[in-house]
Design a protein around this ligand. Structure first.
Ligand SMILES: Nc1ncnc2c1ncn2[C@@H]1O[C@H](COP(=O)(O)OP(=O)(O)OP(=O)(O)O)[C@@H](O)[C@H]1O
Ligand SMILES: [Mg+2]
Length: 285
């Protein structure tokens, strides 16, 4: 991974208007170009607010008090207009059906391009490529409302990809999807990260998914960054996570129950199988 920060947040706090406590409280954070970062935290921890500060919805469309600095791929979202910021950060939320407003998938994807003033002649190629990136090749004429939840979410991702952002922020993108739909979304995110070099940030509750895909996990708690590190570093801290109301992967909890808190604990099923074999081979005959 290039050691080149694409996002630099320094001493940033934000309180929503009329709220008596900050939603984000003195955040310092650097995210590198091409990194895949997962953001964990209980309801109200500040995950969504963090995303909205990156694309300029905060402070332009949601009022409040913001201090500190945010730089996103060379831009200050508090100065750049929100429409332009979409060229840099694409945000996808958890409820794809509310993000659909057009008669066809192509029109849905074209909306962002119209907002950016992209010439009409360039649109079909850009739309086709965005649909291809999410595995919806040839879906141009399909009705968004007739798609499955997973397909709708992929269409929502295509609608931001068409603006060619360097950063994709997905806010609990699979919370309304079935297991197959969830896997598809995470595979697309991984492909965009690995093959297209996109910086991917995902707010997510399912720790098993985080263990599998993320380069780094950030744990937020009451508007602050409580823990961060590689998935292995963060998810093996079973008791620290539990104090924050969060759980570790089931395989990690299982391994800890077997071995006690010391030593390296596995965080994925594959690692657990190796870990168990290793323990078995070292057990006295
Ligand atoms: N539009 C708003 N107006 C006022 N307060 C808000 C608004 N949105 C969020 N908050 C408050 O800001 C804090 C952070 O909320 P945020 O939605 O960022 O958390 P989150 O980690 O995304 O939670 P969730 O897991 O429920 O999505 C919470 O205390 C929340 O009540
Ligand atoms: Mg949220």
């Amino acid at each position: 991974m290039a050691n080149d920060p694409i996002i630099t947040i320094t001493g940033m706090s934000f309180s929503y208007a009329l709220s008596d406590r900050p939603a984000l409280d003195a955040i310092d954070l650097e995210i590198h170009r091409g990194e895949y970062v997962a953001v964990m935290g209980l309801n109200g921890a500040g995950k969504t607010t963090l995303g909205l500060c990156l694309n300029g919805i905060i402070p332009h469309m949601l009022m409040g008090q913001q201090t500190g600095t945010v730089r996103v791929d060379g831009h200050d979202p508090s100065i750049r207009v929100v429409r332009e910021m979409a060229r840099t950060v694409g945000i996808v939320f958890d409820n794809p059906e509310f993000q659909m407003s057009q008669v066809t998938a192509a029109e849905e994807v074209a909306l962002g391009l119209e907002n950016l003033g992209v010439p009409t002649v360039e649109m079909p190629d850009r739309i086709a490529r965005a649909l291809r990136l999410v595995g919806l090749d040839g879906f141009e004429d399909r009705a968004p409302m007739g798609l499955s939840g997973g397909q709708q979410q992929r269409l929502a991702i295509a609608s931001v990809l068409v603006m060619r952002p360097s950063i994709l922020f997905m806010d609990e993108p699979t919370s309304n999807l079935d297991p197959l739909g969830k896997d598809e979304i995470f595979e697309i995110a991984q492909r965009l990260n690995r093959d297209e070099g996109m910086t991917v940030i995902v707010a997510e509750h399912e720790v098993e998914v985080l263990a599998e895909y993320a380069d780094r996990i950030i744990v937020m708690h009451q508007g602050r960054i409580a823990l961060q590190g590689t998935p292995a570093e963060v998810l093996s801290q079973v008791s620290a996570l539990s104090k924050l109301g969060l759980r570790s992967p089931q395989v990690t909890e299982f391994s800890q129950a077997l071995s006690g808190p010391s030593g390296h604990l596995p965080i994925t099923t594959d690692e657990t199988l190796r870990w168990l074999k290793d323990r078995a081979s070292r057990a006295p005959a």
